[in-house]
Design a protein around this ligand. Structure first.
Ligand SMILES: *Cc1c(COP(=O)(O)O)cnc(C)c1O
Length: 495
């Protein structure tokens, strides 16, 4: 199967080339030229399969230049018992007859980013082989917390790769920082940037577009690439768990083959919910895609009005991975809903760059209305939902998951829809101990990693092994820089 760009539908390249590049040269997102179709027999054949087999089968439909054996091996490596703390990998937990929760945080860094970032490095390193690339790829990441750690964990000691992560010095949680500065692996680097996330991100973008830097690095045998969710190699592994969740519900008798299921997804960059959209288009029986936002409600407005307007205040919330005003992956959805009209997409993106705003066509508005429902939840709503789930359902959920649970309820109230609904749980509550403790009525006794113990004592829920083990780990990285010094950090790292 070939891939083209959301800004150039005439382009044709392989999956391996697309994964290696990350982003198309024209600035567009690389996207499969067709959506492979699945049917009831396909779903039935996966119903009793292990997660790893499901992943290999689904990804094989898109990655026709990878062999089935390769993909199965990658899936075994990515989702094996040394990485995931449950054999199910992405278990579906029943909340009540009509409500289920898809837990995506059982991997090494306790956030859903692991589902893709345990797979991407293997897809990328095979892509280097398949395209005859001799240089070493250096992944540059600017992170607001979860992506950096998950990317390092995935790329640690992968041959022909190096990874450098920049995080805002005072912009990540103490637990997130502890996770990053204790990262193992000979090919990883971590550096704090004085400033906020935008400063770190702007610095990385500057390095990417610096021709002189590129040629200096090329002389040293390196090229740069990206591990954020604009890379198709991050979206595809996420398609798998929606299909897997459906198979679990089928296996457990919660639904019959052909029954529709709604998915409610806590959304930031629109990668996760886009993967659900692809699953639906492949033929998975999906009803509504419910897009849950926190106080940064740009997507709620967009789905309700068809106007995307980023000109609004940026709110820092207790669900920081969803604090985002420009959701990059929306571009792939617009491309699809416009009938692969690259000129139309270029026009929207030009307006976004110029005015911070665009309005989609009536055809796209109608399609959005039919397939999506958007809602948002503020800080007190998030805390109240954590408390409600903990007290009434005996279920300890994190701040991002709580946004999804809250918006799912709003959707039901607004529409009366009783379709079986799966909401997506994207992080372990132990990544956000202070907010979770406060929400369930406790007073945090200390800060950082020390709170893990308090939350365990209070809730009786065991913390993920690796988060609990952070307490005894030695700090490996102490590097920090002013924004202007990021180039030198990279040059020093790739000496
Ligand atoms: C990244 C992230 C999200 C948002 O996912 P997108 O694919 O960016 O929409 C939600 N929750 C958590 C915990 C995350 O780390």
């Amino acid at each position: 199967m070939n891939y083209y760009s959301t800004r150039n539908r005439a382009l044709r390249q392989t999956a391996a080339e697309s994964i290696k590049m990350g982003l198309s040269r024209d600035g567009g997102l690389l996207t499969p030229c067709e959506i492979p179709q699945i049917d009831g027999a396909f779903l039935q054949s996966l119903t009793n399969a292990r997660y790893q087999e499901r992943a290999a089968r689904v990804m094989g439909l898109y990655l026709t230049d990878y062999t089935a054996e390769e993909l199965l091996q990658f899936a075994e490596n990515a989702y094996g018992p040394d990485k995931y703390d449950t054999e199910a990998v992405a278990p579906v937990r029943k909340v009540d007859e009509n409500t289920h929760c898809l837990e995506l945080w059982h991997g090494p860094t306790s956030a859903f980013k692991d589902m893709a970032l345990q797979m991407l490095p293997q897809l990328l390193s095979a892509a280097l082989r398949k395209t005859g690339e001799e240089k070493t790829v250096c992944i540059l990441v600017a992170t607001s917390g979860d992506t950096g750690k998950a990317a390092m964990e995935g790329f640690a000691d992968v041959p022909q790769t190096k990874i450098m992560v920049f995080y805002p010095k005072d912009g990540v949680s103490q637990i997130q920082e502890a996770q990053m500065v204790t990262q193992e692996g000979a090919n990883v680097g971590v550096c704090a940037v004085v400033g906020n996330f935008d400063d770190a991100q702007a610095g990385v973008k500057r390095i990417f577009s610096d021709e002189k830097m590129r040629s200096t690095l090329a002389d040293r045998g390196y090229f740069l690439s990206s591990a954020n969710s604009i890379n198709w190699g991050r979206i595809l592994p996420q398609v798998v768990y929606y299909i897997s969740a459906y198979c679990d519900l089928l296996r457990d008798g919660a639904i019959k083959l052909g029954d529709k299921v709604n998915f409610c997804v806590p959304t930031g960059n629109f990668g996760d919910i886009l993967a659900a959209y692809y699953a639906k288009h492949m033929g998975l029986p999906v009803g509504k895609l419910i897009c849950a936002s926190n106080r940064n409600d740009v997507l709620t407005d967009f789905l309700r009005t068809g106007v995307y307007d980023r000109n609004r205040p940026f709110h820092t919330t207790m669900s920081p991975s969803m604090d985002i005003l420009v959701s990059s992956n929306l571009e792939r959805l617009l491309f699809d809903l416009s009938g692969e009209n690259d000129a139309e997409v270029r026009d929207y993106m030009a307006r976004l760059a110029k005015d911070g705003k665009y309005e989609v066509s009536d055809a796209i508005k109608a399609a959005l209305k039919e397939q999506y429902w958007g809602g948002f939840c503020d800080e007190s709503g998030t805390a109240a939902t954590i408390a409600e789930y903990y007290r009434n359902k005996g279920y300890l959920i994190d701040t991002h998951t709580a946004v999804a649970a809250n918006v799912m309820e709003q959707y039901r109230q607004a529409t009366g829809d009783e379709t079986v609904t799966v909401f997506v749980s994207t992080a372990s509550p132990y990544k956000f101990c202070n907010h979770v403790l406060t929400a369930i009525g406790e007073t945090p006794e200390s800060d950082g990693v020390a709170l893990i113990d308090q939350l365990q004592r209070v809730s009786g829920v065991t913390a993920p092994r690796r988060l609990a083990a952070l307490t005894g780990k030695t700090r490996r990285f102490d590097l920090w820089t002013e924004k202007a010094g990021m180039d030198n950090v990279v040059l020093e790292f790739l000496k």
